[in-house]
Design a protein around this ligand. Structure first.
Ligand code: SAH
Ligand code: SF4
Length: 393
């Protein structure tokens, strides 16, 4: 019998060290911001109102400069500037695909980099946000899983990606202008780099800020968290975030899922399905999305499709099955299933009464598609090492 390797989570969040003890207000929850304001001598009686005012400036109007907060007294603004900053990740590069997809490389504290992808569609615009630098899990088909370096992002660095994209899209509202209902950035998916449920608190706080009625105001129905199956955090996600849930399912037997999604060795298919049963009710969401990457000759037979349906049906989980054509990356050990195979698989699912959309790969020319994200510096570092090795240095 083989010994199950533990899946360790040796990740830490290192908050940004700012010069002279300055604190970044971005990413603080309302109670945390209140504490911060009290700590600089804001009178107790005013604290709630000040939080509301500053919150609106930051998250509704996109203001980064205390001096622009004109409903605050001048000396109070100066005091804020002495102690606080309003800081978001810095854009290092931006690539635009021929299909309009934008991929940003952003730099966070410590010089680490993560990727953020904006995907424009006819009726919506989706921002694919990262929750970690790299990922501790090692799903065998995922490029991010091959990146060694891992650290959790802070809540400010997560919601900061949304603010960065709004900057780039020019989407902060003008004061006094009529409310624009068609948003360029209308949806968030936590499907970038990292496993969001291994960074629960920061992801939760960031999404709460994105949903807050006095700021970015995205509905929880327009936020989707994708997890590889961190079972103990699923109930908490329903209770404390209440967003839409997507599961990286990808296989219909434990034998195959153990290889594709190794966290399955810790929490197997049965345990995962048990945890999913109560999600829609507790979170008041309609369906769970089952993500299924189509890998040629690995998980794409008719039998797999039938087994998948049976697993979902037997457990009575309201579901939609999102088929993802495998996106190749340099050195990937798998191939994409043929279009005919993907269509046949989708057909079986559809006939069983479940929606089975096939995800169109976006931004492939700039390596921005699902599972292709791995920071460019990490790639560059690797290739430089390779070059040196080849040159006999
Ligand atoms: N860690 C989370 C979220 C990030 S991955 C998770 O695993 O769910 C976002 C989605 O892309 C997941 O469904 C993941 O399985 C999928 N994915 C990863 N690599 C891929 C690849 N090379 N081609 C297609 N989809 C991939
Ligand atoms: Fe991590 Fe998700 Fe990639 Fe797996 S698929 S390695 S959990 S980012």
């Amino acid at each position: 019998m083989s010994v199950k390797a533990p899946i360790t989570q040796d990740v830490v969040t290192i908050p940004r060290k700012l010069p002279e003890g300055l604190v970044n207000l971005v990413g603080l929850t309302r109670p945390a911001m209140r504490e911060a304001l009290l700590a600089i001598g804001t009178p107790e009686k005013q604290a709630k109102m000040r939080v509301g005012q500053i919150w609106q400036w930051i998250y509704q109007w996109g203001v980064r400069d205390f001096d622009a907060m004109t409903n605050l007294a001048k000396d109070y603004r100066a005091k804020l500037a002495e102690h606080f900053v309003i800081e978001i990740p810095e854009v290092v590069s931006r690539q635009v695909s021929n299909d309009g997809t934008r991929k940003y490389l952003v730099r966070i504290a410590g010089g680490h980099e993560v990727e953020v992808v904006y995907i424009p569609e006819e009726d919506r615009g989706t921002l694919c946000v990262s929750s970690q630098v790299g990922c501790t899990l090692t799903c065998s088909f995922c490029h991010t899983g091959t990146q060694k370096l891992v650290r959790n992002l802070t809540a400010g660095e997560i919601v900061g990606q949304v603010m960065m994209a709004r900057d780039d899209l020019g989407e902060w509202p003008e004061r006094g202008a009529p409310k624009d209902e068609t948003r360029l950035l209308s949806n968030i998916v936590l499907m970038g780099m990292g496993e969001p449920l291994y960074n629960f608190e920061n992801v939760r706080d960031a999404m709460k800020i994105a949903m807050d009625a006095e700021g970015i105001q995205l509905s929880r129905r327009r936020i989707t968290l994708s997890t590889s199956g961190v079972v103990p955090e699923i109930a908490r996600t329903a209770e404390e975030i209440g967003c839409q849930l997507a599961i990286s399912f990808h296989a219909t037997t434990d034998e195959t899922r153990d290889i594709l999604v190794p966290i399955n060795k810790r929490w197997n298919i049965e345990e995962l399905l048990q945890a999913l049963k109560t999600y829609p009710k507790v979170s008041n969401s309609e369906r769970i999305t089952f993500e299924y990457v189509m890998l040629k000759g690995v998980n794409d037979t008719d039998e797999d499709a039938h087994r998948l349906i049976k697993l979902i049906k037997d457990n009575g989980i309201p579901a939609k099955i999102n088929l993802i054509p495998f996106n190749e990356w340099p050195g990937a050990p798998y191939q994409r299933s043929s279009n005919n195979r993907i269509r046949a698989f989708a057909d079986i699912i559809y006939k069983a009464g479940y929606a089975s959309p096939i995800r169109t790969p976006r931004g492939e020319d700039i390596m921005a598609a699902c599972g292709q994200l791995k920071s460019a510096t990490e790639r560059a570092r690797k290739s430089r090492r390779q070059i040196e090795a080849e040159a006999g240095l």
